[in-house]
Design a protein around this ligand. Structure first.
Ligand SMILES: [Zn+2]
Length: 136
């Protein structure tokens, strides 16, 4: 027999389950980003910013902004992954490894609904990234 690992293909029910999870996460992230961006218009922050124009305390203002921006950009990065997963769901390529094209195991998709690679390809990629290092 061919030990093909019985590469599991998602059933329609499983697909819609994962689709629902992705949409839920998308809504969470959008609300989170919107909430963080709203704080940028917080009257207290605007008042603080205006005051800082007189106090030269730009270091504090920059640090606060940088922290907010880091959090928002982290959320936006995850939101992008979620939206890409939903786009793959829509075009029918969801659940296939982007590197080798084999189906990504269901257990992996349930653990990481935004996964784009099978375990083998993901490990290979991470090993390559480790070798080349963050600067490379
Ligand atoms: Zn693969």
């Amino acid at each position: 027999m061919n030990p093909s690992d019985a590469a599991p293909v998602l059933t329609p029910v499983q697909r819609s389950e994962l689709d629902a999870r992705l949409r839920e996460r998308q809504a969470e992230l959008r609300a989170d980003v919107a909430a963080k961006l709203r704080t940028q218009d917080d009257p207290r922050l605007v008042g603080l910013r205006n005051r800082m124009e007189d106090t030269d305390d730009w270091a504090t203002a920059d640090a606060m902004a940088a922290q907010d921006i880091a959090q928002v950009s982290h959320d936006l990065a995850e939101l992008t992954q979620v939206e890409q997963a939903l786009a793959r769901m829509a075009d029918g390529s969801y659940g296939a490894c982007v590197d080798c094209g084999r189906p990504i195991p269901q257990a992996r998709l349930y653990a990481y609904p935004t996964a784009t690679r099978c375990v083998a390809c993901q490990e290979r990629r991470e090993a390559t990234e480790r070798r080349s290092g963050p600067s490379g």
